[in-house]
Write a protein that binds this ligand. Structure first.
Ligand SMILES: NC(=O)c1ccc[n+]([C@@H]2O[C@H](COP(=O)([O-])OP(=O)(O)OC[C@H]3O[C@@H](n4cnc5c(N)ncnc54)[C@H](O)[C@@H]3O)[C@@H](O)[C@H]2O)c1
Length: 474
């Protein structure tokens, strides 16, 4: 081993492992696989790119069509929206509800009753999600719990024969990403991350445009989650036991990469002809949470004196095996407008979503299309999904309709035995940025390799079916 590698190994031991040790209970308590990070005496230079699996690949997995999809929703914060949306989707039935908060259970039960649906079975114990997964009258577990429960619930659900969908990010550590992949392969069950931003109208349209070659070769993309959450994180009656603030105390890097990354990764064919190779990540200092606490609770308050490790601004640059690049930005603590960027840059054109949707194309790509040209192009390239279900989606709602399109499409695929638009490999590849960005930040932004969760299958995989018109209406 070279001196450089030795130095790096020592540095990692002192910073990443030593540093995280301060938050040992939090980290270990927050994710299954995190134990591995803390307990290892010999810290690896980087995570292994591949690991042997015991099951069969689930790339393009088709399962038995379900005439009705019987659903259990676990976690009724964000999950309450799913309950509402499922009431408007043909062939979806809410069978069970699980949460620790009685008022949330009651509110959602009322929602079902009001819509004329049968009452759901309710569960309210700390580990009742296990009982839910053990039921034999459920096909799909809709997992909208806080981050630390994503993987335990998903793994248990698949091991009990259920398909599972998991809120974002699907997992916070590399070990947990592998746990999802391994379990999906062993059980041959669907495990989809609920990356709703892939179903927003402009994202779907630019995916359609990219597939039809409008941008030429798309070699660069940018995505972000820039959303001022200071008030929410510091709200004692907001997130359950303030889980998001607790995470910000113990971790840096980008803990929430998938909203910006997912749509760009789909457009760029990640896991289907290309894959993430390595990344570098840099974070600024933390200011926002402390300043907010000083102003709200006072300079001497415990909130103001607490240490928050999460830097306000994190930027991660990913390079793919095919030589393309993606920038992913995270900032949830700065006073600025909401922004997911969504920039697509190709050899023939360019698109950007925020602050205004714009497109520029060769031979006049030095200027954006005029409003009427843009409107015409958007009409021409509207994605078949939004064309088909977009108006209803807008009326039902959920982030302007994208949540409904996602849920509708999920139920449609399950009822027709189709592969899902996002599979467990996407969930793992997009989510693993949480741990890898933290590793890079703690090691002076040195590069870290990204695992190949597909175990080489990315080379032969076909584009995901969301753009395949026939599967939308078949
Ligand atoms: N895709 C999106 O646009 C989006 C938006 C918001 C949140 N999210 C994700 O949704 C998830 C939940 O976030 P949230 O904002 O709803 O958080 P929340 O804290 O408001 O809700 C989580 C719910 O889980 C329940 N819960 C906690 N432990 C439980 C247990 N052991 N068994 C059953 N229920 C339990 C809590 O009582 C709470 O009602 C997170 O992963 C978050 O990242 C995604």
């Amino acid at each position: 081993m070279s001196v450089m590698r030795d130095n790096r190994r020592n540095f990692l031991k002192k910073t990443l492992y030593g540093g995280l040790a301060l938050g040992v209970t939090g980290y270990a308590g927050l994710a299954q696989g995190a134990n591995n990070l803390i307990k290892t005496n010999e810290a690896p230079d980087s995570v292994p790119v591949n690991r042997p699996g015991k099951g069969k690949s689930v790339m393009g997995l088709r399962c038995e069509p379900l005439s009705e999809v019987r659903i259990a929703v676990i976690g009724l914060g964000r999950g309450a929206g799913a309950v509402e949306r499922m009431l408007h989707i043909e062939g979806a039935k809410i069978v069970a509800l699980c949460d620790l908060q009685e008022n949330r259970l009651k509110g959602n039960q009322e929602r079902l009753k009001k819509a004329g649906h049968p009452e759901a079975v309710v569960y309210s114990g700390e580990e009742d999600w296990k009982k839910v997964c053990e039921r034999d009258d459920i096909d799909l577990i809709y997992n909208a719990t806080p981050w630390h429960l994503h993987v335990p619930v998903a793994v248990y659900a698949m091991k009990h024969g259920k398909h599972v969908v998991v809120e974002v990010p699907a997992a916070m550590t590399i070990d947990d990403c592998w746990a999802l992949v391994d379990t999906a392969e062993e059980t041959q069950r669907h495990c989809m991350m609920l990356e709703n931003c892939c179903y927003d109208f402009f994202e779907l349209a630019t995916l359609n445009m990219a597939r039809k070659g409008l941008f030429g070769e798309v070699y660069h993309g940018e995505g972000a989650y820039i959303h001022d959450l200071r008030e929410y994180k510091h709200n004692k009656t907001g997130y359950y036991k303030m889980w998001r603030l607790e995470y910000s105390k113990k971790h840096t890097g980008n803990p929430y990469p998938t909203h910006g990354l997912g749509p760009v990764a789909q457009i760029m064919g990640i896991n289907r002809g290309d894959r993430f190779d390595y990344l570098t990540s840099t974070s600024s200092n933390q200011y926002g949470l402390t300043l907010y606490a000083e102003n709200t609770f006072g300079k001497d308050s415990p909130e103001a004196k607490a240490t928050y490790k999460l830097g306000d601004m994190n930027q991660t640059v990913i390079r793919t095996v095919n030589g393309h690049t993606i920038v992913v930005v995270h900032d949830t603590t700065s006073p600025r407008p909401y922004d997911r960027i969504h920039k697509i840059s190709g050899t023939k054109g360019y698109a950007v979503k925020y602050p205004d949707e714009r497109i520029a194309l060769e031979p006049n790509a030095h200027e954006f299309l005029k409003p009427e040209e843009f409107k015409e192009l958007m009409k021409q390239y509207e994605h078949p999904l939004s064309k088909y279900i977009g108006e209803k989606a807008k009326s039902v709602g959920g982030h302007g309709g994208m949540d409904y399109i996602m849920d509708w499409r999920l139920i449609y695929c399950l009822r027709n035995g189709l592969p899902l638009d996002q599979d467990v490999y996407d969930a793992a590849a997009w989510s693993c940025i949480a741990e890898l960005s933290e590793r890079s930040v703690l090691n002076r932004s040195n590069s870290v390799d990204v695992p190949d969760f597909t175990r080489g299958e990315w080379k032969n995989a076909k584009p995901w079916p969301v753009i395949d018109m026939e599967t939308v209406f078949s």
